[in-house]
Design a protein around this ligand. Sequence first.
Ligand SMILES: Cc1cc2nc3c(=O)[nH]c(=O)nc-3n(C[C@H](O)[C@H](O)[C@H](O)COP(=O)(O)OP(=O)(O)OC[C@H]3O[C@@H](n4cnc5c(N)ncnc54)[C@H](O)[C@@H]3O)c2cc1C
Length: 553
Amino acid sequence: MKKPIILTVDDEIEVCNAIERDLRSQYGKNYKIIKTYSGHEAMDVVRQLKKRDDQIALFLTDQRMPEMEGTEFLEQAIKIFPNARKVLLTAYADTSAAIDAINKLGLDHYLLKPWDPPEEKLYPIVTDLLNDWQANHRPPFEGIRVVGIQWDQATYQVKDFLTRNNIPYQWLDLENNNEAKRLIQVSGDPKPDLPYLFFPDGSSLKKPANIEIAERVGLQTIATKPLYDLVIVGAGPAGLAAAVYGASEGLKTLVIEQQAPGGQAGMSSRIENYLGFPAGLSGSELTHRAVTQARRFGVEILTAQKAVGLKSDGPSKTIQLQDGSELISRSVLIASGVSYRKLEARGLDKLTGAGIYYGAAMGEGESVKDKDVVIVGGANSAGQAAMYFSRYAKNVTMLVRGESISSTMSQYLIDQIAATPNIRILSRAEIVEALGTTRLDCLKIIHKDTHKEETISACALFIFIGAVPHTNWLGEQIARDDHDFILSGTDLRPEHNFKSRNTSRREPFMLETSMPGVFVAGDARHGSVKRVASAVGEGSMAVMFIHRYLGTV
Ligand SMILES: Cc1cc2nc3c(=O)[nH]c(=O)nc-3n(C[C@H](O)[C@H](O)[C@H](O)COP(=O)(O)OP(=O)(O)OC[C@H]3O[C@@H](n4cnc5c(N)ncnc54)[C@H](O)[C@@H]3O)c2cc1C
C-alpha cells in the first residue's frame, strides 16, 4: 500500500527544510513528505503524482513566493486533488489573503510563521486535518486505469483485451467521471486519442495496440527458443489441452494466441456440460486453470501475437507472425477455432463496437444495468449470454429466426430461460435496422409471420449467429472444405496430394492435414462437434498422433 503524501511548498530553503523536518518526525511513519521550492515545481510534482495514482492528503504552502503565490498554487492543485486538505503558511500581513482563500478555495487553515513549538502550533492542526482526510478517503485502486468513452469501439477493444487476459483495471468514463477528466488534464493532451491507459508507475499509453499492452503488463510476446517440437496456433480449449499434453510428455511446446487464452470458451459465462464440474464453471475460470497447468509444464504462451502464414520445408515448419517474426517447429497444431458470422442489416456496421457486439462481452454487465438488451441467436452461446445479461439488464429480448429454441439449445438452458422473468423470446423475428447516432439506441425488427415492423429499445445488441473458421491465414497447401473448415485424416482426398508431400508415402494420421506434420483440432476442423469437451478431446488426441509423426522424421 502506497503512503499518502503531504506536499510542502516554500521558496526559502531554510524554512522549507524546517517544515519538512518537523512533519517527517511526526508523520513520516504513515505519510510520505515531499518538499518543493516553488509553485511551478510543486505543480509538476502534483501532475506526476496524479498520473501514478498517488494520493495527496495535505498541501502546506507558503503564501509569499515570487513566481506563484501560495493561494494561486492551491487554486491549481485542488483541481487535480480536490479532496486534499489545504494549509497556508502566512506572515501576519497575509491574513487578509488567507481569509479570502478560506472563502474562495475552502482553505482549511492558515498558520502563522514561526510555528514553534510544533507540538502546540503545528501538529494539533495537521493531525486534525489528516484524520479528517482519512475518514473521508477511499483507498485508491492500485492498477491500470483506463480512461475512455463507454461506447467507443477502441475503448471497448482495450477493455475486452484486459478482461479476457485477467488483467485488473479501473474503468473511468470520460463523459461522466471527474477523476477521468482530471487524469486527461494532467496528461497535458487536450484532445487525446482514447482510450488512455495510466499505469501505477506514472507512465501511460494512448490508444494502444494489444501487443503494446501485452508487453507493458509483462505478458510473453516473444519466443525464447530457436526451435520447438510443437507450435500450436490458438489458445482455446483445443490448443490449451494440446499444450498441456504435449509439454507434459516432454515436447518443447509454444502456443500463439492473437487475443487472449480461452478462445470462445473464455467468453462463456457458465459452461454447465463440461465433465467433472457438476455446478458448472465460467469460461474464464476454466481458462485460468488450463493456462496455469500449461505454464507449470513449461509451455510458452505468446499473447497478442497472430499467426499469418505457415510454410513447410520438409521436417521443419515455419510459422510467420504478424509482427514479422518467424518461429520454427518440428510440428504444428492448428487450433484456431471460429468466430461469429456477420449479421447483415442497415446500420449494423456503423454501430458495431458502439453498442453492437459479436459474441458476449462479459465485462459489459455493469454497462447495461437497468437497460434493455437484445440478443440474436438461438444456440447455447446466445442462451448463456441471455442468462448472464438478465442479472444486470432491465429486459433481455432474444431474437430467433426459427420457430423456437428447442431444436438449437440444450434443455437445461431452455429451462433456465423459461424461469427468468426478464428474458423474452421473439421467434421468427429479424433485425431490419439498427438506429442511433453515436451509439445504439433502438432496433427496428420485423415479425416474419405478420410482416409487421416494430421498434424496440436496445442499449446493446449481442450477436451469436453461425460460425466462420479462422483459417484465412493459411495457404492452399492446407486443404479445406467449401466453408473453409480444415480437412484432415480420412477426409483428405487424393487430389490433396498428401502422399506426394510425404516422403514415407504413408496415409495421413488422424487429425493430420494435407501438409504432413501439421495437425488440426477443435472447431476449425471439418466435421468438428463445436463443444468444449470435444475440442479438449481432439487437442489431447492430436498430441498422440504428433508423437507418431515425429517418430517418422
Ligand atoms: C459464448 C459461448 C458459450 C459457449 N458455451 C459452451 C458450453 O456451455 N459448452 C460447450 O461445450 N461449448 C460451448 N461453446 C462452444 C465452445 O466454446 C467451442 O466449441 C470451443 O471453444 C472450441 O474450442 P477451440 O479451441 O477449437 O477454438 P476457440 O475456442 O475458438 O479458440 C481458438 C483460439 O484461436 C485464436 N486464433 C485464431 N486465429 C489465430 C491466429 N491466426 N493466430 C493466433 N491465434 C489465433 C483465437 O483468438 C482463439 O482464442 C460456447 C461458445 C461460445 C462463444
